[in-house]
Structures are given as C-alpha cells and as structure tokens.
Design a protein around this ligand. Structure first.
Ligand code: UD1
Length: 327
C-alpha cells in the first residue's frame, strides 16, 4: 500500500513507521513539520517536511501521492497548554484534521486511521471505560480530538462506499522500542514514566506525586499504561481491517488494567536499582482518579493479544532509551 503517515517523526508515529518498514510492499511517506518530531526517528520512509496547516502543500501532496491510506498522528498533546491556549489545539487538532479529511475525500483516499485519546471520556465514574461510555472531555485537548472523531464519523456516514475510518483511543502510552533506536523525545515532557526516568538519571532533582488523596487503594491516580510498540502494532491491525473492507469503527487501546503512581515509581526503582527522590504534592487540575480501558472490543474484533503487557518492561525500555538516546 501507499501510506501517508502524518506526525510520523514523533513518538508513536515513529514506532509505527519502523513496523511498516518491516512489512514488505508498503511505501511510506511521512508528513511532519519536525516541531516535536525528529528526522533521526525515521527508520523507514520518505519525509516531506511540511506543516499540516499549509493547505496548499498538503493538497499538492495528496493530489499527487496516490495514497491508499492516511494514518494521522500529527497533533498537539499537552493538556495544560490546551487549557491556556485552546485555539492552538482547535486549529491544529480539529481544523487541520478536518482539512486533511476533506482532501482525502476529494482525492479518493478512502482509508483513514486517527489517533484519538482516552481524554475524550473525561472523568468517568468508575474509571473503566468502553467505547460506548459517555464522552465528556474536561479540557480543550480532549475536546479537539472528540470533535475530529465526529467529523470522521459524519464523513464516513456520508460517503459509506468511499471513506472509512478507524479511530484509536490511546490510553497512557509509554516505553520505547526494545531495540533502543527510537523512543520519546519531547521537550519538557510531563508524562509520569518519562519524568521518573529523568529523575532517576539525575536530570531532575525530584518527582512529585500529584495527589495522594484519591479514592484508590494507595490514594494515587491509576492509569492504563500501554507499551508504544503494542500501540504501533494496533495501527497495523487497523490498516489490515480497512484493507480487508472492514467498517468504520472505534477502539480503545489499553491493556485493561492499571497501576497507581506509587506502583509505577516503585517499579522504576526496582528495575533500575536506583533510589530517587519522590515528594507528595497536590492534585493536578483535571486528573481523574482512575482511567482504564475496557479493551474487550479490540481483543474480540481483531483477536489482539498484546506483546509487551508488563509494567517492568515498559519501565525498563523507557529507562534504557532515556539513558542512551540519540535525539
Ligand atoms: C495522558 C496524556 C494525555 C492523554 C491521556 C489519556 C499527556 C501530557 N497526557 O494523560 O494526552 O490524553 O494520557 O489517558 O500527554 N503524575 C504524577 N507526577 C508527575 C506526572 C504524572 O503524579 O510528575 C501522575 C498523574 O497525576 C497521573 C499519572 O501520573 O495520575 C499519569 O500522568 P501522565 O503521564 O501525565 O498522563 P495523563 O495525565 O494520565
């Protein structure tokens, strides 16, 4: 297939691009403005270094590229920033995505895979969400993604014979490719496992636990951490699904079980053998107590079995990457 991967030089996109390079027959083009992505993260494919907001350049690419499918990662992802600068999020995540969808329809590109997020669920009551759970984002980031989901679903409904989409709702993506060549490299990263790795390596003085009074067994927040290589693999499955004529659909991407902040920090200490300074701080605005995927749908529909469902492995690969990273 001829594939266009937007944001393919980023953290999750680069892990998919690597997998695509291992599958014979795919020709991969990466659209990335390299604002947070890295040229060095591309182990396969041809980079077109343009911005998604440059509608003329994007149109030229789609018009001439004869792509069979678009896998759309490019987005802003920092929740607090989305609160202080919502227009940045709606313009890039929603408007640019809508333009891209429109160009796909215009140039007959009928397969679309979209990076969505568990943030579309907001603060769910019991913390375990299926694809049919209420959608109630509590920040512009989550809303910008939910709006794009809606554009995709409405477009697929309007053109059932020529446009189909798979929406993947990511839970907490972490870890790095076990072969050590790619990983997360985002300026001022705020993700728990990344920050813990940096603290452990002495790049930060301490890590704060954001809230110890949640209604969870140890009082700290619980999340469903999915290894980035398993998540990348789910995009390959989504491509297969669409290639075989599968319908437009939405899938939660998580392991279906979670760990508390304390459990994650203890695991980081155990796998590294290094103690580091942990302090207890107040809750971060908008953090739900618990967010876990009900992943029955993806397991049933695609017979998906994760390959890296181990918090130790996630922590170890994240740490190895942080120690030896090249970009
Ligand atoms: C992450 C993503 C969000 C995505 C969501 C889906 C970011 C910044 N967040 O959110 O885009 O939509 O998953 O579920 O990309 N924590 C600490 N101390 C720290 C950092 C984090 O205690 O220094 C805690 C948080 O309060 C939370 C847990 O660790 O309980 C995970 O936090 P984080 O890694 O930032 O991810 P989420 O906020 O869950």
């Amino acid at each position: 297939m001829r594939l266009l991967v937007t944001g393919g030089a980023g953290y999750i996109g680069s892990h998919l691009v690597k997998l695509l390079g291992d599958i014979p027959g795919h020709q991969t083009t990466i659209l990335d403005n390299l604002s947070t992505g890295h040229r060095a993260a591309l182990l396969h494919g041809d980079l077109v270094p343009i911005d998604l907001a440059d509608t003329k350049a994007v149109e030229d690419l789609l018009k001439n590229g004869r792509f069979d499918a678009v896998i759309h990662f490019a987005a802003h992802i920092v929740v607090p920033e989305s609160v202080s600068d919502p227009l940045k999020y709606y313009l890039n995540n929603t408007v640019n995505t809508t333009n891209l969808i429109q160009l796909c329809v215009k140039y007959g590109i009928g397969k679309f895979i979209f990076s969505s997020t568990a943030a579309v669920y907001g603060e769910p009551d019991n913390g375990v969400v299926s694809e049919t759970s209420p959608l109630s984002p509590i920040n512009p980031y989550g809303m910008s993604k939910l709006m794009s989901e809606r554009v995709l679903l409405d477009t697929a409904r309007a053109f059932p014979d020529r446009f189909k989409a798979v929406i993947l709702r990511y839970f907490n993506v972490a870890g790095a490719d076990p072969d050590g060549r790619i990983g997360q490299s985002f300026p001022d990263a705020t993700h728990l496992i990344k920050v813990a790795a940096q603290t452990l390596l002495g790049q930060r003085e301490q890590i704060a636990i954001f809230g110890t009074d949640f209604s969870t067994p140890d009082g700290t927040g619980i999340r469903d951490y999915i290894h980035v290589s398993d998540l990348a693999q789910l995009h390959v499955r989504a491509l297969d699904h669409l290639d075989k004529g599968g319908e437009t659909n939405i899938f939660n991407c998580g392991y279906g079980h979670g760990y508390s902040v304390r459990e994650v920090l203890d695991t980081m200490k155990r796998v590294s053998g290094v103690d580091f300074k942990v302090v207890e701080g107040p809750r971060r605005a908008g953090d739900p107590a618990k967010l876990i995927a009900d992943n029955t749908k993806v397991r049933t529909a695609w017979h998906w079995e994760p390959a890296y469902d181990s918090l130790e492995l996630i922590c170890r690969t994240a740490l190895d990457w942080e120690r030896n990273r090249t970009y």
